[in-house]
Design a protein around this ligand. Structure first.
Ligand code: NAG
Ligand code: NAG
Ligand code: NAG
Ligand code: NAG
Ligand code: NAG
Length: 358
């Protein structure tokens, strides 16, 4: 059964969603927001990263409020934002994300605690293991003390591995060793027993040294009672290069009883100086989005897909990958791109939809 907690959270607003056995008309399918189409697929969610900087921008919110039923704070729950100095908390952005989810009847995936980036130097300077553990526990207790009833899941650990499968250098690994993974997860479980605890990473979307190493770590956790509920496949893809063995990689984890969520999907393609991609690339990109959404639908333990922003206007890609961009389903002017229709029709074909639906 798919994520029952989310089902409970969505219960009050899922009047638009039908159970899997229902037969929707073709018109209902094509006029439906992504969230309704996802909810009708065994109550999956369809989510987006949310930058609260745009929370008062009508162009942004008119899409945010209607298409999505899951939100991930793009920056607002990162350590440097939420506790920039020890004991000084800034809940402004994270409160807005929670409020948005409540307003539209959606759920929130929190993001994140243990990471090698965007962590303030009062933390990364610590060299004493006991002190580091107590600062970590303080932080987790404060954030989950405030939000444990408002979060469906959280990326407790973010990007812990190198591509060769070894554990990445960070204050956590350097001071606490490999045990930091279990410590971080256990503190979160203690603070929020019902929260789904995730490890989130990139380049694990195919069966490679990195994903195999993570699957082995998870196996050890399962054997030793370390709490873990899911793996986040970030899925920052390059147009035309979605791994052929994406589903096989997901199975490495779902076969162990975990969920695998697609957590940060975008598909970057070559763009001109104005940030625009040509029609060939936009179609390749649409097919890629479809492939990834289908991989989630095909796995009974994939609770949903989150895209890493829905509009090219504020995507992180052009700032990081020169000559690449246009990675989202809406364009620079919030116009609909082929990827949006590809996502919708993939979700619509996942259940009975007019004549000939499956
Ligand atoms: C708190 O965070 C918000 C963004 O989430 C930011 O705009 C604001 O400046 C921060 N406040 C302080 C006092 O740093
Ligand atoms: C952390 O260490 C760096 C380098 O020694 C120093 O510049 C910085 O002020 C330290 N940060 C804190 C909060 O102590
Ligand atoms: C993957 O691991 C194998 C050994 O297990 C090693 O030979 C190979 O170089 C590794 N590949 C990468 C990309 O690290
Ligand atoms: C694995 O990759 C990391 C980061 O690139 C590197 O520092 C480390 O030496 C590599 N380890 C092995 C065994 O290849
Ligand atoms: C789009 O650009 C690619 C090169 O990146 C080129 O091969 C393709 O023909 C172009 N398509 C159109 C419609 O211009």
């Amino acid at each position: 059964m798919l994520h029952l907690l989310a089902y409970a959270l969505l219960g009050t607003q899922s009047a638009s969603a039908s159970p899997i056995s229902a037969r929707w008309t073709q018109e209902e399918c094509s006029n439906s927001p992504l969230r309704s189409l996802a909810e009708a697929n065994q109550n999956r969610y369809f989510g987006t990263a949310f930058q609260t900087f745009y929370a008062a921008d009508d162009r942004y919110t008119s899409i945010l409020d209607t298409q999505f039923d899951q939100f991930t704070p793009e920056n607002e729950m990162k350590w440097e934002v939420i506790q920039p100095q020890r004991g000084v908390f800034n809940w402004t952005g994270s409160d807005l994300v929670i409020a948005k989810a409540k307003e539209v009847g959606g759920i929130v995936r929190g993001h994140n605690f243990c990471w090698d980036q965007q962590t303030p130097s009062y933390v990364t300077n610590i060299t004493d293991p006991d002190e580091l553990k107590s600062v970590l526990k303080e932080h987790i207790d404060a954030v989950l003390g405030r939000y444990k009833d408002d979060l469906y899941a959280m990326d407790i650990i973010n990007e812990p591995l190198n591509d060769n499968g070894t554990i990445k250098a960070s204050v956590w690994y350097d001071v606490l060793g490999e045990d930091y993974l279990a410590t971080c997860l256990q503190y979160a479980r203690d603070a929020a027993p019902d929260l789904k605890l995730y490890i989130n990473d990139y380049n694990i979307e195919s069966v490679n040294n990195k994903s195999i190493a993570l699957a082995n770590i998870v196996k050890g956790f399962r054997a030793n009672g370390v709490p873990i509920d899911g793996i986040g496949f970030e899925s920052h893809f390059i147009g035309g290069s979605v791994p052929k063995d994406l589903q096989a990689s997901m199975k490495q984890f779902t076969d162990q009883g975990l969920d695998v969520a697609i957590t940060e999907l975008d598909v970057r393609v070559p763009v001109n100086n104005a940030g625009i991609a040509n029609s060939t690339w936009l179609q390749i990109q649409a097919d890629d989005y479809s492939t990834v959404v289908q991989a989630c639908l095909d796995n009974g333990n994939c609770p949903g897909v989150t895209i890493w922003e829905f509009t090219d206007a504020i995507s992180w890609i052009p700032g990081v990958f020169a000559g690449q961009g246009a990675a989202c389903p809406y364009g620079l002017e919030y116009e609909v791109k082929p990827a949006l229709g590809a996502i919708a029709s993939t979700l619509a074909n996942g259940f009975s939809c007019g004549n000939g639906g499956r």
